[in-house]
Design a protein around this ligand. Structure first.
Ligand code: JDE
Length: 227
């Protein structure tokens, strides 16, 4: 069964892309169910304030715990996993995407400014499974784009979402490296020819060539994967 997904953000419009392409189709078909919630609906002042100055000083603002508490109380259930995108989190990988697709309910808490008052994570840790997740070593303006990245990786694993399930099988071979390069027609383009072996019909040679290309690319671009 596909996970139900709730997203809490001060920028619901960021999630418009979820209506497009693969994920839009999956939503329209009822294969996945996604709801986006505006954090400002859970504020209690006329200015709909969601942030304040940091204790201990420093630049920037921190998101206040109260609106987050009210928002998360309203969306979390017993079987929810609360995902908080942050550069300080564990790294999101394909293995985590495979875990997430098996969970019944995912809730994404999208922080902005310098982040969310850490008591929010501490409080919900005692109540649900909380995963602080980083999508890479850079700082984004907020958790929204990181959430889109994770959702795209997770939702394409939902059975029936990717038209040809074999495109998922290829990737799950879990070679310790990256993919070989792909080519399509025409066989010659702007003076560049498709590697001859791929036109040869020798499937063992093709397999060997692709393995060699993967190994070469991995050594050059991702030596960290070989450690
Ligand atoms: C997620 N990789 C990067 C950013 C933040 C200084 C400025 C901003 C919840 O707390 C957050 C969330 C985010 C948004 O996520 C990312 C990200 N994977 O940037 C900050 C931290 N320090 C805090």
């Amino acid at each position: 069964m596909a996970p139900r997904i709730d997203i809490v953000t001060i920028f619901p419009d960021y999630f418009q892309p979820l209506e497009l392409s693969l994920i839009g189709k999956a939503q329209a078909d009822g294969v996945v169910e996604i709801a986006v919630h505006d954090l400002r609906q859970f504020t209690d002042d006329v200015h709909r304030t969601v942030d304040d100055t940091p204790y201990g000083g420093g630049a920037g603002m921190v998101m206040s715990p109260e609106p987050w508490g009210r928002a998360l109380d309203s969306v979390l259930g017993e079987d929810s996993v609360l995902v908080v995108p942050t550069p300080a989190g564990e790294v999101f990988r394909q293995s985590v995407a495979r875990e997430f697709v098996e969970t019944p309910h995912l809730v994404f808490a999208c922080g902005r400014y310098e982040g969310i008052d850490h008591r929010v994570v501490e409080y919900y840790r005692d109540r649900v499974s909380v995963r602080e997740m980083s999508i890479g070593d850079y700082v984004l303006g907020g958790g929204e784009v990181a959430t889109l990245v994770m959702l795209e990786a997770v939702i394409r694993l939902v059975p029936g979402v990717v038209g040809n399930p074999e495109s998922l099988v290829e990737e799950s071979h879990e070679l310790p490296g990256v993919e070989y390069p792909n080519y399509t027609k025409p066989a010659s383009w702007r003076g560049l020819d498709v590697p001859e072996v791929l036109l040869s019909g020798h499937h063992d040679k093709i397999r060997q060539w692709r393995e060699d290309q993967s190994a070469e690319r991995t050594k050059k671009n991702r030596p960290d994967l070989l450690d």
